[in-house]
Design a protein around this ligand. Sequence first.
Ligand code: PEP
Ligand code: MG
Length: 581
Amino acid sequence: MSIALHGIGLGGGIAIGQAYILDKSIDDAIQHTLEESEINAEISRFEEALRNTRKELEQIRGTIPIGAPAELGAFLSLNIMMLGDSQIAQAPIEILKRESCNAEWAIKLQAEFLSSQFDEMEDAYLKERKNDVIQVLERIFKNLEGNKFDWQNQGREEHGILVTRDLSPADLVQFKESNFAGFVNDLGSLTSHTAIIGRNLDIPSVVGVAEARQLVRDDEIIIVDGIQGVVIINPDNLVLNEYRKRKKEWQESRQKLKAIRKEETLTKDGTKVEILANIEIDSDVEEVKYNNAAGIGLFRSEFLFLQRENNLASEDEQFEAYSRVVREMKKKPVTIRTADLGADKNPVWNSTHGESENPALGLTGIRLLLAEQGFFRTQLRAILRASFYGKIQVLFPMISSAWELKQAITQLEHAKNELREEGIPFDEGIAVGAMIEIPSAAIAIKSILNLVDFVSIGTNDLIQYLLAIDRNDESVGYLYDPLHPAVISTIGHVISNTNKAGKMISICGEMAGNPKLTRLLLGMGLRKFSMYSANILSIKKIILNTDINEITPIVNKILRSENREKIYELIDKLNEDVDTF
Ligand code: PEP
Ligand code: MG
């Protein structure tokens, strides 16, 4: 039987292929012998899986639907308690150390041991508890598997489609190297980092599909429509043929867009606009060059640190990565954002800071960098050294005040002094910028502008903090609204003040790559857009087809309106002749 599921499409067109379900069970565990030097990292991996399992169970307990059996809450509490029991939390670590084996194998041995203990019990009630314990171990096992998937060797078959509970931003970076034709996640919200990077991959993908893993079976044929956000399991021939046709049409329209790659980005009235690219890792530069971006408007440098277990990228390693990008981009600007870690981008080594109740309001971005000054200074030195080989701009994330920004600039000055004393060359005129993504910085934009050469609006976080919606929580995803009057007027305030001050401004959040919003932003005075490479040409096409004088009256009406329906109506009018495919 064919089933259609709906979720959030991350673009990338349409893929048709065989499902590969990531989650396996304890029975599939394979033994690996570890070197002495690998044991500690393996213990950390087990402990992380334990923490994730706890979070997962607490989340389920917190969202029990009304009308569910009363004992469900108690049952989940019991499961959570079990996670603290030494037979679950400690015994696998002892096995792991004793056998020098991987965590999965240690869990399997412990599950076998506990099973046999339960089987020997006489008491029927206690015997029954065996399943509860095994289920908890199974859940830890799945969390372990999720954070250690062999991307290089699994799913190599050309048209595999990965179906999984969730892929972390770090997983997605590895996904780029794999051969999968698409992916489907049970979890996911519109502006989570997983969604952002997923879009950047330009691979058919749908997230937030809720029950995908329950309904899809390994090797079953599925269609992933990343444009409409639809997943079709086991399609019949009629549906298959229809989607093959749509896939072809999509590919042809993408092909046509290539014709404008080399064209200068000018509006119909001759206004010059710059389209820059967002990248996560240095190898993304290939796509940037192919799409002929005017430079890199956002290098999310934190991805250099996310895949690492214990050690940090050294100054030299960072220097290599940054200078590679700068050299590749020739004289075009490369905006390196200093590591924006924390919340959903928490590296393994930072787990001590990861326990906050509200990570998005906690020690993230510049706050974490100022708290970890050694780490910050190392990164600044690497960026400065690379600046000698091209045009780098340094960008500080999550700035909340001029006072905080001054501290970041002081660190940059210290790093410059160190290099001067060591006789190491760097670009003395390096431009300095601040991300405007916290409402306080947007409101007090004038105090920020005094200190920087440029600003870049991070609309993903700005919307999160303005509307008080966790960007990673799909249950409030329906409230995420770039057209909320408060969002539009805050962005308008930042653009007009920055333009008045004669400083440079760009938007590097998802709004910049949304074809429905291009004309609105142009009409608001934005001239620099930074986005994932896959969207550059479709946004360029809209810019080439826009006359700013013609759109200005409609944009002004939008800026004056506080009525949601009216704003949406005017946006449709603005985009009447825009192809938002
Ligand atoms: C943003 O917040 O809009 C942004 C560009 O940064 P990130 O998505 O990496 O938080
Ligand atoms: Mg941000």
